[in-house]
Each structure stands twice: as structure tokens, then as C-alpha cells.
Design a protein. Structure first.
Length: 284
């Protein structure tokens, strides 16, 4: 039977379709929307290895350190401490080298029968007339009665160390009143115990920068101080020009390391060096 668009047959067809869907249940419902799928379980079953692409990925290169959390003041302090330690090591190495050079020079002098340096190098008169054996020179050292000076026997010579602060105004070659008194006593004792012997006047300073612009180098300062002692001896004491000579070492020969204030003070000194030889005009 055919029904027209306005007939009741269309309504009957719709009712029949609805009855068919209801009788077939939801599973056969052509208009039903599929329920959403649940999350997939990608874990392998027991006994099966995990695929490589599912393993956690790790970086073989460690992350670069970050300095964002460091305190700038602490970093600067660490750098300054490193610089100071480096400078300390360099000073100690330099002091060791200087001491080695000084020892080598002294050994050379001992091997040459205790002769003082050549006249062309230091101004020592060329031909001493007589020499006192070094053993006698060392034993006579105990007769010296000097305050304000350290005395020691060094190979074939006797050395008297006087701190520069006891003799001179800081950074100058100007003698202090107390320094003049010390030099007067030293000259008297040297003339009494070692009459006529060659005496070297040797100036030393530390490695600190000079505070007086009048001196262009440490050697100039030590030369001026040695000259001041020479002038004092030859004009105010019994010591004579013929037995004296001057040496300006600058900072080349420290006794100890310049890394500490105490060491620098000890290295700023005048050394009076008594040689076994006697000046020709003083020989008997």
C-alpha cells in the first residue's frame, strides 16, 4: 500500500521503525554513539622487556654549573685569597733562588782561599799585604762587645747585621742619632779586634716598593746608605778609607722570605763584613 505525503501511512512507518529499534535493544541501535574509550595500558605483560622507546631518557652530559646563587663578595674574596697565596709562593721561590745564589758565591770565595771579591767588581784594593787564617778570624769574633748588631761567622768572613731601622730614617739615607751611636761602637770594636782588616759595607733592602721618590731603585737607596756609613766611619772613627769598600745589593740577597712583615724588617739591613786580609798600609 502506498501512502501519500499527507496520508497516515508515513506515521505508521515511523512507528514501525521505533518498534524495531526497541525490540533489537541498544546494541542494534544504528543511531547509538559509541562510548568513549578508556585509557590504554601500555605496560608490557610480566616477563616481557620494556621497549627502548618507553625507557626514561637521561642526558649523558651533566648540566653546566650555575653561578647565579653565588654571592659576589664571597667570590671576590676567594679570588683575592688565591692571588695572595700565589704571590706568597712566588716570593718564597724568589727568596730560595737568592739564597742559593748567595751560597754559591760564598762557596766560590771559600774555594779561592777566602779572598775578598776582585777589585774590578767591588773596589777592594787589589793586593792585600797579609791575611789572618779564617779559624783565627772566627775565634776572635767572641771578643766583639757590640749591642744592636747580630754577629755570625760565615765561611771565611765575619758578618755584623744591623737593622736599617736602627740606623736610618725610614726610606732615607739619613743617620739617626741612635744609629750614629751604634756605628761608633761597632767601629771601635772592629778596630780593636780586627785592626786594619778589609771591611765591606753592604746595603740591603726588602722587596717592598720605595716610599721615597728620590730613589729610582733599591740599589740606589742601598748605595746611598752604604756611602753614609762609609762617610761616618772615615770622618768620625779610626777606620780608614784604604780598608773599606761599598756594596749595594738592593733586594737581591734577603736573609729570609719577604712574605711577612717580620721577614721584610730583617732583610732591611746593613752588613759589615770583616775579611781575613789586612790592608797593605796597615800591615806590620
Amino acid at each position: 500500500m502506498v501512502y501519500g505525503p499527507n496520508g497516515g501511512g508515513g506515521r505508521a512507518v515511523v512507528i514501525a521503525v521505533a518498534i524495531t529499534i526497541g525490540a533489537g535493544g541498544c546494541a542494534n541501535n544504528p543511531f547509538r554513539t559509541a562510548p568513549p574509550a578508556g585509557p590504554l595500558n601500555l605496560e608490557p605483560p610480566p616477563g616481557v622487556a620494556t621497549p627502548a622507546h618507553m625507557l626514561p631518557q637521561t642526558s649523558a652530559v651533566p648540566p653546566a654549573p650555575s653561578y647565579a646563587d653565588l654571592d659576589g663578595r664571597s667570590l671576590a674574596s676567594s679570588l683575592e685569597r688565591s692571588r695572595q697565596e700565589t704571590q706568597l709562593m712566588q716570593d718564597q721561590i724568589a727568596a730560595l733562588r737568592d739564597q742559593l745564589a748567595s751560597t754559591s758565591t760564598q762557596l766560590a770565595q771559600v774555594r779561592s782561599a777566602g779572598m775578598p771579591p776582585a777589585a774590578g767588581d767591588t773596589g777592594v784594593p787589589a793586593a792585600p799585604a797579609a791575611a789572618t787564617p779564617s779559624t783565627t778570624l772566627g775565634s776572635a769574633m767572641g771578643q766583639l762587645a757590640i749591642t744592636g748588631a747580630d754577629t755570625r761567622f760565615d765561611g771565611a768572613v765575619v758578618r755584623l747585621d744591623i737593622q736599617a731601622e736602627r740606623l736610618f730614617e725610614p726610606g732615607t739615607a739619613n743617620l739617626l742619632p741612635g744609629g750614629a751611636a751604634i756605628l761608633t761602637q761597632v767601629a771601635s770594636e772592629l778596630d780593636r779586634v780586627y785592626p786594619g782588616h778589609f771591611i765591606g759595607i753592604e746595603g740591603h733592602v726588602d722587596t717592598e716598593p720605595l716610599v721615597n721618590a728620590a730613589w729610582a731603585s733599591p740599589h740606589q737607596l742601598t748605595a746611598a746608605r752604604a756611602a753614609a756609613v762609609f762617610d761616618f766611619f772615615t770622618t768620625r772613627t779610626r777606620l780608614r778609607e784604604a780598608q773599606l769598600f761599598l756594596v749595594a745589593h738592593g733586594s737581591n740577597h734577603p736573609l729570609v722570605s719577604n712574605a711577612t712583615a717580620a721577614g721584610r724588617t730583617r732583610n732591611r739591613r746593613m752588613e759589615l763584613v770583616v775579611y781575613p786580609e789586612v790592608a797593605a798600609t796597615a800591615a806590620p
